[in-house]
Design a protein around this ligand. Structure first.
Ligand code: NDP
Ligand code: GDR
Length: 348
């Protein structure tokens, strides 16, 4: 009898989305190959926290996205039906300090995989993790699939290259390459360098007396934040569609970083009052008048994306995808997870 189990490769399984997507595909009965980078100590905390690290249908394979030969071998060995390219140098702030590394991993890395698909099996379906950072200095509100791009960081520029190469391989070679333009999505598994998780982890530490003050950069930046677990479902749906295409996944709601800080303290039972402006702005506890938030210019970026808000109507109409979790629910979930972790004495 023919084996009908689907096989998928996920690059970047040690990241937030890689972990949630692996969980989803394993639940759906897939055989999953997840890739991780060689390092002196590899960190599998996310797939461990999800309880899938030792799943019999999950293989973990060492792989570097910048290596074409390694990309070809990965596909030859795993023989996947679907490849989800989630690996990237994904931190916008770092991309200003490491523009070439970012271009190589985040931009060219995707082309290594596309070339490997061309060589090994052009029938493999390919998902590219594109981003709302490509809209950068936004040209329309809200942003949709055909809003003109204007990236504002080396990360955004590198992702835009990978995005267009995915479309180019679709049009040139008939490869099923779909690109998801995902707006910010967060969860308890978010890396602590990103602002939402930095905030919820710091709130937990302040509540437990392990930290005095939370230091942040631009509080005025507005983001469209959704729940990562729902967004990986959208990735999967894109590769089950009849045709490859480009889709925006977003919530169509935008809030400032300041609003998220207020929300996170509220989730921990603490009221915050804001005063001052610019570098002198502070957030003060309404009950004790203690300063809990201040600005540190070291977290400012050379060029900022001021406002993102996406309309996911096309994904709703064609894929039946829509976000469900509100930002308040998401924030509460993240604060509770960070309180629990910090009480237990560890926090990744
Ligand atoms: P993370 O930063 O959590 O994960 C990135 C993953 O890429 C990690 O597993 C990392 O490995 C891996 N990686 C980095 N460099 C290489 C390399 N040279 N070779 C192989 N693997 C590498 O990102 P997210 O899970 O949040 O995001 C997933 C993808 O979606 C990324 O491409 C990101 O740019 C994109 N995206 C994310 C959005 C979001 O809001 N989360 C929104 C839009 C797009 P290691 O653990 O070793 O560092
Ligand atoms: P972003 O996420 O750059 O949107 O990229 P991040 O959480 O890093 O920043 C969001 C906004 O918050 C402002 N900010 C701070 N950011 C960080 N990290 N730390 C701070 O202390 C701080 N203070 C203010 C930032 O200036 C910015 O405006 C994320 C990544 O996941 C990308 O990979 C992804 O493509 C996009 O989301 C969509």
């Amino acid at each position: 009898m023919q084996n009908t189990t689907k096989r998928a490769v996920i690059t970047g399984i040690t990241g937030q989305d890689g972990a949630y997507l692996a969980e989803l595909l394993l639940e759906k009965g897939y055989q999953v190959t997840g890739t991780f980078r060689r390092a002196s100590s590899t960190n599998f905390w996310r797939i461990e926290e999800l309880g899938i690290a030792a799943h019999p249908n999950l293989s973990l394979v060492e792989y570097d996205l910048t290596d074409l030969a390694s990309s070809i071998r990965l596909l030859q060995n795993a023989q996947p039906d679907e490849v989800y390219n989630l690996a990237a140098q994904s931190f916008v702030g770092v991309s200003f300090d490491q523009p070439l590394t970012t271009a190589s991993i985040t931009g060219l890395g995707a082309v290594n995989l596309l070339e490997a698909i061309r060589v090994v099996n052009p029938k493999i379906r390919f998902y590219q993790a594109s981003t709302s950072e490509m809209f950068g200095k936004v040209q329309a509100i809200p942003q949709v699939e055909d809003t003109p791009f204007y990236p504002r960081s080396p990360y955004g520029v590198a992702k835009l290259y990978a995005h267009w190469m995915t479309i180019n391989y679709r049009e040139s070679y008939g490869i099923f390459g779909s690109s998801g333009i995902l707006f910010n999505h967060e969860s308890p598994l978010r890396g602590r360098e990103f602002v939402t998780r930095k905030i919820t982890d710091s709130v937990a530490k302040i509540v437990l007396g392990k930290l005095d003050v939370l230091e942040l950069g631009n509080l005025d930046a507005k983001r469209d934040w959704g729940y990562a677990k729902e967004y990986v479902e959208g990735m999967w749906r894109m590769l089950q569609a009849d045709q490859p295409d480009t889709y925006v996944l977003a919530t169509n709601r935008t809030e400032t970083v300041r609003d998220y800080v207020t929300m996170a303290f509220k989730a921990a039972g603490i009221g915050i009052e804001w005063s001052g402006s610019g570098e002198n702005e502070t957030g003060v506890c309404t009950r004790t008048s203690k300063m809990l938030v201040r600005i540190s210019p070291k977290f400012y970026r050379p060029a900022e994306v001021e406002l993102l808000i996406g309309n996911p109507e096309k994904a709703r109409r064609e894929l039946g995808w829509e976000p469900k979790t509100t930002l308040e629910e998401l924030c509460q979930m993240m604060v509770e997870a960070d309180l629990r972790r910090n009480k237990q004495g560890f926090s990744f």
